[in-house]
Design a protein around this ligand. Sequence first.
Ligand code: GCU
Length: 433
Amino acid sequence: MRIAVCLALFTLTTAMNDDDFAFAADDLPPPNYDEAKVPAYTLPDPLKCADGKQVDDDKAWRAKRRPELLELYRTEMFGRAPTKPAELSFEVENVDPKALGGLATRKEVVILVAPDAPPIRMVLYVPNAAKKPVPVFLGMNFDGNHTIDADPGITLVDAWTWDPKTKTESLVKADPAKRGASASRWQLPLVLGRGYAVATFPRSDVEPDYAEGWKHGLRGYYLAKSGRKDFKPDDWGCIAAWAWATSRAIDYLETDPDIEERQIAVHGHSRLGKTSLWTGATDGRARIVISNNSGEGGAAIARRKIGETTVVLNTRFPHWFCGNFKKYSEREADLPFDAHELVALSAPRPVYVASATLDTWADPRGEFLAALHAGPVYGLFGKAGVGVTDMPPAESPVGDFVAYHLRTGKHDITEYDWMQYLAFADRHFGKKK
Ligand code: GCU
């Protein structure tokens, strides 16, 4: 069957693009981008319990359906994480009250889940001009704290990386030339200027992002402690580990007198947007949840089979989800949930889902539909969802407690996205503009 697909691909070279070649190399079915070829599907009803009973108020959602759904997500997709560690400790270092030309106080916080565990090295900026305590945007970064801004005071740290060409891993020192390389994705002056603190730590401190990366991260640490050699089918995957580490960052933020602990907005782009949704589902202290271009395994409806699919996730990123998730490759219809329910697990807290027009791999329409169909759960709490039934055009944000926008452009997080998230946070945190 796969051989036939590959042969068909090679004979249809005129219709192929780089992605298709990559797919042939991976022995994966080529992606569908044609709305007309999306198979008919039925979305699971978020308000229908496993025993067939219908949920009709917030009490039943909280007491019965939500725990049941969360448990399904834990067992079948993200995996089970440890509880909050008793030995958790924090060390605040390298405080600069005049960072960024006096705009903010920068603190570096080392989070240790145990004295001998790999450290999570977080950087926190608190705006100097704002009245304390302040709300905070918390999210992981892809390539190191030093990439979020050109601030020369951010400590450069080592990270385990994988070279796909030589298929080797190595501990690499951060490159000073990459200071500020992702500044456009963080918009630090804008966010701080609006009175929000910014907290971030690198994904690789928790787990370097490749199949064997767990050996150098917290999953490896806990596996070794357990005395086992292999993960169980429902043990946490890398995304659950990233989300769990985000909860440990929240543990710190709750202790910092500069931070308003009831105003923590957790955000993430792409794979880190999948992570922010899972953080929202598992940690009620994430008072706002933002998923930017999170795609398959995040806000995109899996049953739509457009752009990325579960078999791609399981093949290219086998470490992201738990062992049980592998059985859903090419079997999206068998999933006992879909992305609208992942969004709804944060209800009634405000969730923002965002897409980009050129990000077809992440299925913008599927992301919108998840935001839309989370609505009935918010309805149980008397809160409005996206407030429309048709996908809005680009640059037309919609929604109240579930918000959505489509931005013109590529897979990215930009100033436009941040402007919407700031307005959303202002509105829900009751901040004056
Ligand atoms: C790949 C992957 C996506 C992911 C993205 C990212 O494109 O297929 O699932 O969201 O990387 O994290 O940038």
